[in-house]
Design a protein. Structure first.
Length: 332
């Protein structure tokens, strides 16, 4: 049985803790959070201890850590966990700075410990099936990938001030998805962005609406469109066009009931938020991590995947600032 120490007792931490408890192959031993009451509450719920970081990392029974704390703590915790010889599950991003990401990856490589970066969308059953069909040649050679990702509402401006910006915080998931679906690394990025939802977003130097184009060396293309506001729910869709056809994965809805009458034909809105939409993905992601650690197999999403997504985010930021296409090599 794999024993975990978890850093972070917020929304994501609560999901991971519950999934550990339900996994049958793992146990949560420690919960660490700067908010001690939150850590104590989550720990009590799962028969774990509320601990400090040093105690958790020094526990010889702990084989793995989950880093689900605030982004500014990720790199330090990755480095500390690597030095302690623990397998690492780190939520995205590893850090907002490529230099710090490289330091963290160097520590992981020096320690020889496995690391997974939490790009949970790869584990969504529909997206995973779409990707599987691409790889089996169901639509021939991939030519275009279109990714739509829109949040149901704008987070607090206080959060945006520390999030690293829309590209690093939100679009980074879609950069990872684009790399995964394209099957090739993008070499050029062009980005547009604006504050269309709330002028206060521009005042903190961020965007709430963006479109990004990616191009690979062979000419494959991806288009990403993001908005921090979707009045109809959490909008998550992917379309892949290939030489022999197309694949599409749509939104998830509470039920598939549709109602039609003389005035309209309607169905339910998409699930409202990521906690609901990606509940299965979080569960499958944790199971994949546990399997890789216990069997010694490669991580399905590694530290370098985390770095590459951030590289694309940095290229998008530079493109937005300079109003030009940016070669990925300029950033990497």
């Amino acid at each position: 049985m794999l024993v975990f120490a978890q850093f972070g007792a917020g929304r994501i931490g609560a999901i991971h803790a519950a999934n550990i408890a339900a996994s049958g192959g793992a146990r949560l031993a420690h919960v660490v959070d700067v908010h001690e009451a939150a850590a104590a509450s989550l720990a009590a719920r799962h028969s774990a201890e509320s601990s400090d970081a040093l105690t958790a990392l020094r526990d010889p029974s702990v084989g793995a850590v989950i880093i689900a704390s605030s982004t500014d703590t990720h790199a330090d915790l990755v480095i500390a966990a690597a030095k302690a010889g623990k397998a690492i599950f780190c939520e995205k991003p590893i850090d907002l700075s490529l230099a710090r990401v490289d330091q963290a990856i160097a520590a992981v490589q020096a320690a020889g410990v496995p690391m997974l970066v939490g790009f949970n969308r790869r584990f969504d059953p529909s997206f995973a099936e779409l990707h599987r069909r691409i790889r089996t040649g169901a639509i021939g050679a991939v030519e275009q990938v279109i990714i739509t990702s829109r949040d149901p509402g704008l987070p607090p401006v206080e959060y945006l001030q520390v999030s690293g910006g829309q590209f690093r915080d939100m679009t980074i998931h879609d950069f990872d998805m684009a790399r995964w679906m394209l099957g090739e690394e993008p070499v050029e990025v062009f980005a547009y962005g604006a504050a269309l939802v709330d002028p206060a977003v521009a005042e903190v130097g961020d965007t709430d609406s963006c479109m990004v184009l990616l191009r690979t060396a062979s000419g494959r293309m991806a288009h990403i469109n993001n908005s921090r506001r979707a009045s109809y729910g959490y909008d998550q869709r992917v379309e892949v066009h290939g030489s022999l056809g197309r694949l599409m994965a749509g939104n998830r809805v509470p039920t598939t009931v549709e109602q039609a009458d003389a005035q309209s034909d309607s169905r339910e809105k998409p699930l409202h938020f990521f906690l609901e939409r990606y509940a299965d993905a979080y569960r499958i992601e944790l199971a994949a991590f546990i399997e890789a650690v216990t069997k010694g197999t490669p991580m399905p999403v590694g530290a370098q995947d985390g770095r590459q997504a951030l590289v694309l985010a940095e290229a998008a930021l530079r493109s937005l600032r300079d109003n030009r296409p940016v070669k990925v090599s300029e950033v990497a």
